[in-house]
Write a protein that binds this ligand. Structure first.
Ligand SMILES: [Zn+2]
Length: 126
């Protein structure tokens, strides 16, 4: 009676593992880049939402920079239902009134275009 050795040899398993490692080495950096890009785009959207609400507040209360508490009212009467957080860092946004009376919303992690702010400086380059 002939004996069958079913299963994979060590070399076959090593080849499969090597192929999986190569595919992962290609896919993971792309995945991280796409995730960072989408988080930046979501942050830009959050800043636009907050800016719109802050400008609405500003028309009712001229000259007063709104705080997060001014914009959010959990009973549904506020301008925002909840205050968005930065999708990357989970940090809060800073709402400020510029000298010419415009609202400026900034994120500590992202620039206004959604790119990541360089570490050590939270103010975007002009
Ligand atoms: Zn952000």
């Amino acid at each position: 009676m002939r004996k069958f050795n079913k299963g994979f040899t060590l070399v076959e398993i090593m080849i499969v593992v090597a192929i999986i490692a190569i595919l992962a080495a290609i896919a993971i950096p792309n995945f991280i880049a796409y995730r960072n890009e989408s988080q930046g785009n979501a942050c830009v959207g959050n800043m636009a939402t907050i800016k719109t609400a802050a400008e609405t507040y500003l028309t009712k209360h001229p000259g007063t920079a709104p705080t997060a508490d001014n914009l959010v009212n959990s009973d549904g009467t506020g301008l925002l239902k909840t205050m968005p957080k930065c999708p990357k860092s989970g940090g809060d946004y800073t709402i400020s009134l510029t000298a010419d009376g415009a609202i400026e919303v900034t994120c500590a992690t992202h620039n206004a275009d959604g790119s990541e702010a360089s570490s050590g400086s939270s103010t975007p380059e002009p």
